[in-house]
Each structure stands twice: as C-alpha cells, then as structure tokens.
Write a protein that binds this ligand. Structure first.
Ligand code: LER
Ligand code: MN
Length: 278
C-alpha cells in the first residue's frame, strides 16, 4: 500500500493549521511542506501534525533566481547552498524524509555560464548538500521539470545521468507526472527504467489538476510504481493553469484546488491502487 502526501504549496498563503486539517480530513498520511522555513513555527507544525495524525513527508524547495545553484556568481551559488541546508534542517526538525532540489532556478530556460561549468557546479553543490543531509537522515530528490521551466534536467534520463555523476547514496531521481507527460515518450516505461534510483514523485494530471481531471492514464503509472517496489510517498502537486501559477492563485477563483481537488486526487489514485491490487 502506498503512502499519500499532498504538497501544501498550492494552498498559497493560508494558515498551515487549515492545510494540515484539510489533508488529514481527506485521508492523507502526510503533508509536503513549502520550502520557506522562515514562514513556519516548527513546534506549531509538529503539534498540528501530531494532533491530526499525519506526518511531514518532504519539503518542496523553491528555487528563485537568488537561489540558483549554478549561478555564475559564487556568492549566489553559496546563498543557494545555504538555502538548501536551511530546508534540510527544517525538514529534519519536522521528521520529514525528503528534500526536493532543482539544479537551477525555476523558469530559467537557458544557461548563463558555460554549460559544462554549470553541470560541474550542480554535481559539486548537490554533493555538498547531500553530505550535510546525510547527517540528518534526509534524501535529496532531483526533480525533473519540463523544458519551459528548465534546460538542465528536463527528463528522467537527464536527471538520472546527473544523479549518477553526483554519486551519493542519499541523492536520487524524482519525477512529476505533469512534467513527464510533456517530456517522456512513455511515462510508465521511464519509471521502470529509472525505478531503482527513484526516490520521490509528484502526481498531477496533464493539466496539473487532480488526477481524473485531465487525460493521463494513471493505471500504467501506478502499476509501474508497484512493479519497481517504489516505497516513497505518492505526493500530489496540483497547480492552476498559468506560466506563473502562483499569480493565478493570488487572483482568486481557484476554489477547486482546496477541498475538491484534495479529495479527488487521493480518491482517484486510491481507486486505481485498489483495482490493481485485487
Ligand atoms: C516543483 O515541484 C515543480 O514541479 C516545478 O514546476 C516548480 O513549481
Ligand atoms: Mn513537482
């Protein structure tokens, strides 16, 4: 049986108490935290999780241009590493298992420095962060995004190649079905190919809404995850349509991303899991 988690990043700006209560209400095992440690009181989050019977699975780090691990300015690269270490401490203090790391800033679509230098910085910097993470029992998940959000690691094969170069026991491959639907020829096959190194996954439908609201067939995907013995969380990351989904959320009118999709996501995938288990 899979464990289910929900990425609270979509619940833009609401009190964490409301998010934790919602996730618990719809039967999730855990919540994925937004990677902005300064926004949270660790004691309060731990107490709320305990009161509601859920855990913290992971943290979704936010890579802004100032948090770019491959920026040509070493001061920015160091700032990005400090940020990742802060997220690692935060996640460990919440009892989480995984921290998501992207090689570069979100929506940066071309290298600024020489690409070989950038790739070397990814390897060097993620290794350093992974050494730090290993002392807290945290695994670093390198997430594959689509071509419109990154140029470095926009397929599981590219992430896998980076993970092999990084070569640390607590660094692995992460997929996100929204991105994979754009970049992978066959999502289930990619999961099988890189399954041994898969440490985390985000699920969303083709339109980034709850599974069942778009056109992805989740059956072969869940079957592949079962067959490879994936033992991480199935974490939903749902966002509204927009190149800047947070700006869309801030405008309002995305009510379905709260109760409706939180319930629909877990209900849809649990039904698939059940069908495949019988
Ligand atoms: C983060 O998990 C992600 O998938 C990116 O699209 C950045 O939001
Ligand atoms: Mn994602």
């Amino acid at each position: 049986m899979f464990r289910y988690s929900y990425d609270a990043l979509v619940y833009c700006g609401e009190p964490i108490k409301t998010s934790i209560e919602r996730v618990a209400k719809y039967g999730y095992d855990a919540i994925e935290m937004l990677g902005e440690p300064d926004n949270f009181d660790i004691t309060e989050v731990n107490r709320l999780c305990e009161d509601n019977g859920i855990k913290v699975s992971s943290t979704c780090s936010i890579f802004t241009p100032q948090r770019d691990l491959v920026h040509p300015d070493y001061k920015v690269r160091n700032h990005a590493k400090d940020y990742v270490r802060q997220v690692i401490d935060f996640t460990a203090a919440l009892g989480g298992e995984k921290v998501i790391v992207a090689p570069t800033a979100c929506s940066k679509v071309a290298p600024v420095a020489d690409i070989e230098d950038e790739l070397n910085w990814v390897v060097e910097n993620v290794r350093e962060c992974a050494e730090y993470a290993s002392k807290c029992g945290i695994t670093i998940c390198i997430e594959s995004w689509n071509r419109y959000e990154t140029y470095i690691a926009h397929s599981l094969s590219r992430v896998h190649a980076l993970v092999k170069r990084i070569d640390m026991p607590n660094v692995g491959v992460m997929g996100d079905t929204f991105h994979m639907n754009i970049e992978e020829a066959d999502m289930a096959q990619s999961l099988r190919t890189y399954g041994k190194d898969l440490v985390h996954i985000h699920l969303a439908d083709s339109n980034r809404a709850a599974p069942g609201a778009g056109h992805i067939d989740f059956e072969p995907i869940i079957k592949a995850l079962m067959d490879i013995g994936y033992d991480g969380y199935l974490t939903f990351e749902l966002l509204p349509a927009g190149a800047d989904p947070f700006a869309v959320m801030a405008q309002g009118g995305c009510d379905e991303f709260y109760d409706k999709y939180t319930k629909m996501a877990i209900d849809t995938i649990k039904a698939v899991e059940q069908k495949l288990t019988i």
